[in-house]
Design a protein around this ligand. Structure first.
Ligand code: PEP
Ligand code: MN
Length: 296
């Protein structure tokens, strides 16, 4: 299952990550998550609960986020928890529940895979695999995902440099899969007032350096629902390719990350604001800007 890219010759040029590097004048290469294009002209919104908790919860979440304009359903069935005593997810059963909910409401789904051994069993059920922050350096997992046809949402490790993040993408690409979307989700800095530190400039750097679409997860980066919609607006205004946010029908009952989950009302208000802002997006989106944009 693992495909260490011993076959992968370093390509021409001097980029450290030649397969994912943006060449001069090159546009972002969009990636499709089950028919939803990320990195095209639109702004993609991935929304859903942190974890799949049961059939009813995931059905309600899917239906409610779809109704409010989400493009893709998120939800973890295999959870990488900081404590071994926290909820670890419902596993393959949870994934089956999520598949059903996503189909019932016409959304593609993205969900995290923790180990290379699970890739094959999960692949038929997912539209895209998520690599979590804690696994960004797991090269065995990256190589296994390089061998699938499924697109990958690659989160940045919270202690990783931007170059390490793009090299993790290069690991997947060099093993055969270039359908990768980068996701900035906050890094560790010295402050404790927000959960992590949202590195918006880092996301822009990644967008300059790579042809891969770049999205931002302000939920894990910030951890406070009242701040997340404004950060989301900044992500859209900056010309990035999309968002991932945690939304829960009843956050106080959530089995993981309840404190940072957007309520349905807050998600609805956020989507309304983004829509207003999106009307101006053609002016600021990547590739539509003036020559001095500094790309390529
Ligand atoms: C998640 O998306 O629920 C998650 C665990 O995110 P991260 O890997 O960014 O912590
Ligand atoms: Mn979470």
């Amino acid at each position: 299952m693992n495909h260490p890219p011993t076959h992968a010759k370093v390509l021409e040029g001097d980029a450290a990550f030649p397969r994912v590097a943006r060449r001069a004048g090159q546009r972002t290469i969009p990636v499709s998550f089950g028919g939803v294009l990320i990195g095209g002209r639109g702004f993609a919104v991935i929304a859903g609960p942190c974890s799949v908790e049961g059939p009813e919860q995931i059905h309600t979440a899917a239906s409610e986020v779809a109704r409010r304009g989400a493009d893709v359903l998120r939800g973890g069935a295999f959870k990488p928890r900081t404590s071994p005593y926290s909820f670890q997810g419902l596993g393959l059963e949870g994934l089956a529940m999520m598949r059903e909910a996503a189909d019932a409401h016409g959304l593609p789904l993205v969900t995290e895979v923790l180990t290379p051994e699970r890739v094959e069993a999960m692949a038929p059920q997912v539209d895209a695999f998520q690599v979590g922050a804690r696994n960004m350096h797991n090269t065995a997992l990256l190589h296994a995902l390089g061998a699938t046809e499924r697109p990958i949402l690659l989160k940045r490790g919270f202690g990783s440099t931007l170059t390490e993040w793009l090299l993790a993408a290069e690991h997947i690409a060099s093993a055969g899969n270039e359908r990768i979307v980068l996701c900035e989700r906050g890094i560790r800095a010295f402050g404790t007032e927000t959960r992590f530190t949202l590195d918006l400039a880092g996301a822009l750097w990644a967008q300059d350096q790579s042809h891969l679409p770049v999205i931002v997860d302000p939920s894990h980066a910030i951890g406070q629902p009242s701040l997340i919609p404004r950060a989301a607006a900044a992500v859209l205004a900056a010309g990035l390719d999309g968002l991932m946010v945690e939304v829960h029908p009843s956050p106080e009952e959530a089995l993981s990350d309840g404190a940072q989950a957007l309520t349905l009302d807050r998600f609805e208000a956020m989507m309304r604001d983004l829509k207003t802002l999106d009307a101006r997006r053609p002016l600021i989106a990547w590739g539509e800007r003036s020559e001095e944009g500094g790309r390529g």
